[in-house]
Write a protein that binds this ligand. Structure first.
Ligand code: ASN
Ligand code: ZN
Length: 332
């Protein structure tokens, strides 16, 4: 098998993209040997095992429609490649474990299954085809979210319940946004929304909003005593909100055509430092400060320590971390 970087993916959500594939004679496979050998398999509506490695007689994958079984594979393979590239090129981490070894993706899990998930035991991510099997959960942000669960598991190991569970979920949303911005894909420009491409609510609205998490009707905008007893996909809200505020600042702002309006719980303004610095701070905190039991107060301490190491404790970046935590009701 020979690695080639010139496969063509006709994706459902990201237009026509280049895929890392492998070739042996006249057979091509979705085996990205340039990215640790990350592979994409077809579960063909099954719910166990690895299914079948995508292979074919040409290096063109999918046709942009969900009815073509290669289309979800093209999206998933692309999302995994972008996430790999983001962690390697921006955060200096090669592979989920930092050891250069790829994971794998499984698409077409179950029948009309409306979810996607990371599983530590297979070191793999899995995608359902969505309602009526028409909207596979394979957009860039969902792929990056799931793959980031692998990174979190292999670094801080944030327990998936209570406040640490909310921080675990938020970490996946934060790097989902970071990867989407990094991709710069003209069909799926970066935003602070999660799942805006997959029509999970049936009305085109996203799954989550980072500027004001409560817009989804369930997520929390700010920390409060007792937030640890809500579902981790809602207790993530304050940390998502923190990341938005740290990146872009409070108030109204339009980015890539999407207008956000981010409130602060203390009524004081936050001046953003840009998403690139915000993501560096969160990654350093995740990988060197957070532990399995880190709560919101600990996240503040850890993020401030990371910001201090990166930019100094008298920096604007350090103050912005303080202000953004105060804005989600996490104080000294
Ligand atoms: N898609 C969900 C997630 O990654 C699956 C779950 O509830 N763990 O959070
Ligand atoms: Zn998640």
């Amino acid at each position: 098998w020979q690695a080639i970087e010139t496969g063509t993916g006709n994706t459902q959500y990201s237009g026509t993209v280049t895929l890392g594939t492998s070739q042996s004679g006249s057979t091509y496979t979705l085996n990205d040997t340039g990215r640790g050998g990350h592979k994409t398999y077809n579960l063909n509506r099954g719910t166990s095992g690895t299914g079948t490695l995508y292979s074919g007689s040409d290096d063109v994958w999918g046709n942009g429609a969900a009815t073509n079984t290669e289309t979800a594979a093209a999206d998933a393979h692309y999302g995994a490649a972008l996430t790999w590239d983001y962690y390697k090129n921006v955060q200096g981490r090669t592979g989920i474990r930092g050891d250069g070894v790829g994971a794998y993706s499984r698409v077409h899990y179950g029948n009309a299954y409306v979810n996607a998930f990371w599983d530590d035991s297979c070191f793999c991510m899995t995608y359902g085809d969505g309602t009526s099997n028409t909207h596979p959960l394979t957009s860039i942000d969902v792929a990056a979210h799931e793959m980031t669960h692998g990174v979190t598991s292999n670094t801080a190991g944030l327990n998936y319940s209570g406040e640490s569970g909310g921080l675990n979920e938020a970490t996946s949303d934060i790097f989902a946004a970071a990867v989407e911005f990094y991709a710069g894909n003209s069909s799926d420009l970066g935003d602070y929304l999660v799942g805006e491409k997959i029509n999970i609510n049936g009305d085109g609205t996203p799954l989550r909003y980072m500027d004001k998490p409560s817009k989804d009707g369930a997520s929390k905008d700010s920390w409060y005593s007792g937030i640890g007893s809500v579902d981790v996909h809602y207790s993530s809200g304050p940390a998502n909100h923190f990341f938005y505020l740290l990146s872009e600042g409070s108030g109204t702002k339009t980015v890539n055509g999407v207008t956000y309006n981010s409130p602060t719980s203390d009524g004081l303004p936050v001046t953003g430092i840009g998403r690139d610095k915000a993501a560096l701070i969160w990654f350093k905190a995740l990988t060197t400060k957070f532990t399995s039991t880190t709560n919101y107060a600990g996240a503040r301490t850890g993020a401030l320590a990371a910001a201090g190491e990166l930019y100094g404790t008298t920096s604007a970046e350090y103050k912005a971390v303080q202000d953004a935590f105060a804005a989600i009701n996490v104080g000294a």
